[in-house]
Write a protein that binds this ligand. Sequence first.
Ligand code: NAD
Length: 228
Amino acid sequence: MEGRPSLAFLDGAGMSTPSGIPDFRGQEGLAQVARRYGLSYETLLSIGELDEDPATFFDFYWNFLVHEGAIPNRAHRAVASYRGPVRVITQNIDGLHQKAGSEKVVELHGSILRNHCRSCGESYALDEIPHRGIPRCPKCGGIIRPDIVLYGEGLDYEVLAEAEQILEESEVLIVAGTSLRVYPAAGLIYSSRARAKILVNAEPTPLDSFFDAFVQGDVASILPEVLQ
Ligand code: NAD
């Protein structure tokens, strides 16, 4: 752990595309798939959709958001094996950083691995509920929902504050695999006091000029080199 600067690693869906999980706005992203439903993905993944049409919400959710066989890729493993203090702030909901061995992970948008009944509040792990249709609580019959932040819902204040603190304290910032178009997550970068700020992404973002360096390409190729 000695000698390496403290690292804040902030990422998004592009981090998990090499694990076979589509992103939203990339070239093969879920924005295209959502059109088959005649709705935008913002609508499909909104609290309004869950309230009004849970069958459609869960059809999209189980088919396109939950990828049970997905395993961490080289980029997740590179972060987990960084030889210095590292804290991860992720927009992803797939739990792959923890599976790769990262211990300090702030999940801005929650996790598909955790679920709760909307009626009685009972908690359920992902493998305790059926992975199709509308999951019902065995105790009360209420609808079980994933502990993820849906469109139309706010982020947890304490989670945001923790992310801001990590960014304020860390010497190096690496942002990877995110379009930097989803707020408030994207705006968090302005809390950084890092002496080096690096962006790794397949395509330019609206916030490129904030960074000292923009490395364009695949996170699974670039991060193992950058974090060596
Ligand atoms: P986004 O889809 O808006 O942007 C992803 C970015 O990553 C794009 O700019 C794309 O070009 C880039 N990218 C894709 N594959 C890459 C690769 N291999 N290497 C480098 N760059 C790559 O995603 P976002 O910025 O995270 O914001 C969208 C929201 O999507 C987030 O809130 C997140 O919760 C949610 N989401 C999460 C998952 C997941 O958990 N894996 C999957 C889809 C969407």
